[in-house]
Design a protein around this ligand. Structure first.
Ligand SMILES: Nc1ncnc2c1ncn2[C@@H]1O[C@H](COP(=O)(O)OP(=O)(O)O)[C@@H](O)[C@H]1O
Ligand SMILES: [Mg+2]
Length: 473
């Protein structure tokens, strides 16, 4: 007995990586069945690096699990170097694309992954020269910032005058432009261990070009082409990602192009359960079971109302054998470029794979952190559309959009201000005015945002705390 016990392989000590004001992707419920205690380590922003490192060491954590938001990415690359024996999942290299659209583009360029033709300028003068000579329409995006806004910082410009005007008033840095790709729709694919586990179409509203569903577009789960899934798998493998989401544009020219990819995305709880199960399989060296997630399951689950899907947990599937003769979705036929195939046969073409263990840095900051190496110095001299005069102690530019959104969507969460409401407030009122109101007359929020007393109180209190975190006051 005793001998057996000493032979028993010890499991690594896991910890969740959390950040104040950032929505949490995982919690303990996603890791149901992990026999040991899972620790939690929360990063408190601003000068918290050393304390954070100490806490990880003190808790003897072997594996830190969680998504790192864009604004903390570079800090965490430093932290990871100071914790060489801690494995980050996803690795900092895998999360490279989470930081900015520029990083997504550079990642795709390296691996020969199709993207809309993209132009990146750190030299503003060169960028403006480019605006004079290039073809229009173009898409202009803010490269660095929140990805959960959905098109909030994406603009279509039809002429050099429009492009110039946009960059005159927005300090987007670098200048990040793409050729405008006329699109049928785009598809969001989510993968676990390089296997697609969910996919859906997002179509733009009539006569619009933006496909984001948050702007009123529609989504459906049917008939995502196999070849599109293949591209998503290729991207996931290139990123060595345990879990991954890609947005793939389907052009009117029939071509597929990557618009976005990241480990941070919105996913139903049952999908996060699957990721937890996959990670437990990986981290227990196969002792805990890998989830069985058949390809195209989303065509069936997608028939369930999303309000129900949001509450469903721990979804499992039995193994299918072709001899079983009842009606079963894995007998469904799919057209592929290689001819018609049954879902059952396709499923084996998409195994759920382990990721590679790597002991080198693929994207070291010394080389790839262009943003901090080439800062925009002339910001002060630029013409900026902002309400001036009003003597506010806060420079709203110091409040990153991402952090402000996280604050706004979490501070009064139980009181009717969640992600959706926060986004609507930002869309209709704007960050500047919201901050001015919070500073000078928070009660006015009741009228301008249509929220209740309790929500105002929470927002006000949260704002004071938020300012302290950002050292704004
Ligand atoms: N190059 C492009 N050509 C045409 N439409 C685009 C292009 N890039 C983005 N879009 C549209 O804008 C939307 C938002 O762009 P995206 O890069 O996903 O930014 P966000 O981070 O705001 O979601 C996309 O879903 C797509 O509908
Ligand atoms: Mg998007």
């Amino acid at each position: 007995m005793g001998k057996n016990k000493s032979k028993k392989q010890k499991l690594p000590k896991l910890g969740f990586l959390y950040l104040d004001y950032v929505l949490r992707f995982f919690d303990h419920s996603n890791f149901r069945g992990w026999p040991d205690k899972i620790e939690t380590v929360t990063y408190h922003w601003k000068n918290d690096k050393e304390r954070f490192i100490k806490e990880v060491k003190r808790k003897k954590i072997d594996v830190l699990i969680g998504n790192i938001p864009a604004t903390a990415y570079e800090t965490f690359r430093e932290i990871a170097r100071e914790l060489p024996h801690v494995r980050f999942i996803p690795s900092l290299d895998t999360q490279f694309a989470n930081k900015s659209k520029e990083n997504v583009t550079r990642f795709c360029w390296k691996y020969d992954i199709p993207v809309p033709k993209t132009y990146i300028f750190y030299d503003r003068k060169k960028g403006y020269e480019f605006l004079e000579t290039t073809q229009y329409p173009k898409i202009i995006k803010k490269s660095y910032g929140p990805s959960n806004y959905g098109g909030y910082f994406v603009h279509k410009v039809d002429s050099k005058e429009e492009a110039r005007k946009l960059f005159d008033t927005k300090k987007y840095h670098p200048m990040y432009l793409q050729d405008f790709v006329p699109m049928e729709a785009d598809v969001r694919v989510m993968l676990i261990g390089h296997k697609p586990v969910c996919a859906f179409w997002r179509r733009p509203p009539e006569g619009e070009w933006l496909t984001n569903t948050s702007q009123g577009g529609s989504m459906d789960y049917q008939n995502v082409p196999k070849e599109l899934l293949d591209l998503a798998v290729k991207v996931s493998k290139a990123a060595n990602a345990e879990y991954w989401a890609c947005d793939i544009a389907v052009g009117k020219d029939g071509k597929y192009r990557i618009l976005e990819c990241a480990t941070a995305f919105a996913a139903f709880p049952y999908i996060r359960d699957w990721i937890g199960q996959y990670l437990m399989w990986k981290l227990s060296n196969g002792k805990l079971k890998k989830p069985n997630i058949p390809l195209y399951n989303w065509e069936e689950l997608g028939k369930i109302d999303s309000s129900l899907l949001r509450t469903m947990r721990y979804i499992t599937f039995g193994r299918y054998t072709p001899s079983f003769d009842g009606e079963y979705f894995m007998k469904k036929k799919k057209a592929t470029v290689e001819g018609v195939k049954e879902v059952f046969d396709l499923d084996s073409e998409y195994p759920m794979l382990n990721t590679e263990d790597r002991n080198y840095e693929e994207w070291p900051s010394e080389k790839w952190n262009y943003q901090d190496r080439f800062k925009l110095k002339s910001v002060k001299t630029m013409e900026v559309q902002e309400p001036e005069g009003d003597e506010s102690a806060i420079n709203t530019e110091d409040v990153s959009d991402e952090a402000f959104f996280e604050y706004l969507s979490t501070a009064a969460k139980g009181k009717g201000v969640g992600k959706k409401k926060a986004k609507r407030m930002l869309d209709t009122i704007g960050k500047e005015e919201l901050i001015q109101t919070l500073e000078n007359n928070p009660d006015k929020l009741k009228q301008i945002a249509g929220i209740k007393n309790k929500a105002v109180k929470k927002l006000h209190k949260g704002w004071q705390k938020f300012k302290q975190i950002l050292r704004l006051s």
